[in-house]
Design a protein around this ligand. Structure first.
Ligand code: PDD
Length: 277
């Protein structure tokens, strides 16, 4: 298999980073996960846009043009013969002697990308997944897709230890997002999800879902919602690049909608599938 390292496609086993790469030492970088269906990237432009925006918000300028990068990624998919899976891509500030402040000299940001085969999570999509609740202990710039994921990791690990798929995070009494997904509730036919501000990552899948809702006349409210609303919701689901529209049928051992996948969630799954075909 092949990987991209600093603008070149090389053998994955040859793609190595320096011990003083700032991504490795500080998590000083940003990343993206892009879905590949049938050998083609899904919502590639949106992911690239967010990648550039994340990088820009921490003062990293991509040393490649969007088109250049897209072409590289497309070549990587072909070379790796990837049909269904993901591209993982990250950029760090680069290699410099360890110092918290940004390096002053000319340092070239280090870009890495590789592919991974991942099937669609068909079983979960059919029957739904279970979740736990956890405190959102992360920083206040969750809109940046930062390599610093310790808060997210600790949340996911907690879910994992309880045999659950995801941890739903609460900031005070408000639901923010999952450890690696956005959270939606449905109440009286209205689809509700956290507004895209600094408390959550503006999910690309979330935006596709909101677009699909608006195209099909499904009412949406993009706003903060609290724990009680989550607990009293008719339906709950999560969204992400890898999980798509994933029904949540249990929260902290309590069944949602009697443990069955709700009708609006099903409808959104159908509409989402039409987008990826
Ligand atoms: N996670 N919120 C967080 C904290 C995330 O890490 C992700 C994605 C999302 C959903 O975003 P999108 O729909 O653009 O994938 C929301 C990726 C898949 C990951 O870290 O693997």
């Amino acid at each position: 298999k092949f990987a991209i390292l600093n603008g070149e496609i090389i053998e994955r086993s040859q793609a190595k980073v320096d011990v003083e790469d700032r991504g490795y030492q500080f998590g000083d970088g940003v990343y993206e996960v892009i879905r590949v269906y049938n050998g083609k990237m899904f919502t590639a432009k949106e992911h690239l846009y967010r990648f550039v925006r994340s990088a820009d918000s921490i003062g990293i300028t991509l040393p490649y043009k969007d088109e250049q990068l897209l072409e590289l990624l497309e070549t990587l998919i072909v070379k790796n013969n990837l049909q269904t899976g993901i591209i993982y891509m990250q950029i760090t500030r680069g290699v410099a002697p360890r110092n918290h402040a940004f390096p002053t000299g000319k340092v070239i940001p280090a870009l890495v990308a590789y592919t991974k085969e991942i099937n669609r999570p068909v079983e979960g999509l059919k029957t739904g997944v279970t979740t736990i609740l956890t405190e959102d202990i992360r920083w206040l710039r969750c809109d940046i897709k930062s390599l610093n994921l310790l808060g997210n990791l600790l949340a996911k690990q907690k879910a994992s230890e309880k045999g659950c798929f995801e941890a739903i995070q609460l900031r005070g009494n408000d639901v923010t997002e999952g450890s690696s997904s956005n959270i939606f509730i449905v109440k009286n036919g209205v689809v509700i999800t956290h507004e895209s501000n600094h408390f959550i990552l503006k999910g690309i899948t979330k935006d596709v879902i909101l677009q699909v809702c608006s195209d099909n006349g499904l009412p949406v409210e993009e706003r903060t919602f609290c724990l009680a609303e989550l607990e009293q919701a008719d339906e709950v689901f999560l969204s992400s690049t890898t999980a798509e529209v994933m029904p949540i049928v249990e929260i902290e051992g309590n069944k949602v909608n009697g443990g069955a996948v709700g009708s609006i969630t099903r409808k959104l799954q159908e509409l989402f599938e039409q987008e990826i075909e």
